[in-house]
Design a protein around this ligand. Sequence first.
Ligand SMILES: CC(C)(COP(=O)(O)OP(=O)(O)OC[C@H]1O[C@@H](n2cnc3c(N)ncnc32)[C@H](O)[C@@H]1OP(=O)(O)O)[C@@H](O)C(=O)NCCC(=O)NCCS
Length: 233
Amino acid sequence: MSTPAAIETARLVLRPFGAADGLDVQRIAGDERVAREISLIPHPYPDGVAQAWIATHESSEAAGRTFVRAITCKDTGALLGCIELARTGFLHSAELGYWLGVDHWGQGIVTEAAEAFVAWAFKKTSFERVQSRHATSNPASGRILQKIGMRREGIASRMLQGLLDHCFDQIGLHRIWAETFVDNEPSRRLLDRNGFSFEGVKRQAYLKEDRYLDTDMWAMLATDPRPWKEQTS
Ligand SMILES: CC(C)(COP(=O)(O)OP(=O)(O)OC[C@H]1O[C@@H](n2cnc3c(N)ncnc32)[C@H](O)[C@@H]1OP(=O)(O)O)[C@@H](O)C(=O)NCCC(=O)NCCS
């Protein structure tokens, strides 16, 4: 396996993570102000999780699934944050994600990193589309996407409708299911409004921050009504 490339910008080096970064990742991503914005980052951040995560990077990149880079300071070499592209269900498309240590917020660092990383990905990977999402309560993240030239495609509703039409009509799927944490009211409303039916509660299947969490199970069939089509016909 070849070593994943490093990418340089004016102030930064985006390099592969190494095992020695584990404690810094735990400290930076484990900060509550970072962890609360990203569902996959636990808080408190348990020992060993960062090292285990870093150990997956090389094989995942070799398989074309996920491309992860440490955002580091060119002058000092210090680890500042993380940027990644993860392949979506479609081979040509990837989702951009990032986090930055709170001491470095507001200096244009993630904008600089994201611009270079996406340009690199379009040249060096098979991705032809990069997408991203942010909570409406996190406008700084939306501003980064806007500054690097992304177009706003809309709130999740329109994207979801397009994806459902594609999966049912082009791919021929019969059933699509979704799962939300029970207290995620915006997600619940999104699914309900777009024709998903509530199927029940999966009890305590997830563990986050030392709490077991229940999830709501939702599903939609190809034969179910699609409310957005009824509204426009
Ligand atoms: C969101 C985050 C990545 C921003 O990183 P950053 O390096 O500080 O971002 P940048 O400085 O490159 O750009 C932030 C932009 O948002 C703007 N911004 C900041 N707070 C804002 C707010 N409350 N409302 C509107 N815009 C805001 C900044 O002014 C800046 O825009 P500008 O250059 O036009 O002035 C960082 O705060 C973070 O890691 N947060 C926690 C994890 C996270 O949210 N990840 C993304 C999940 S979708």
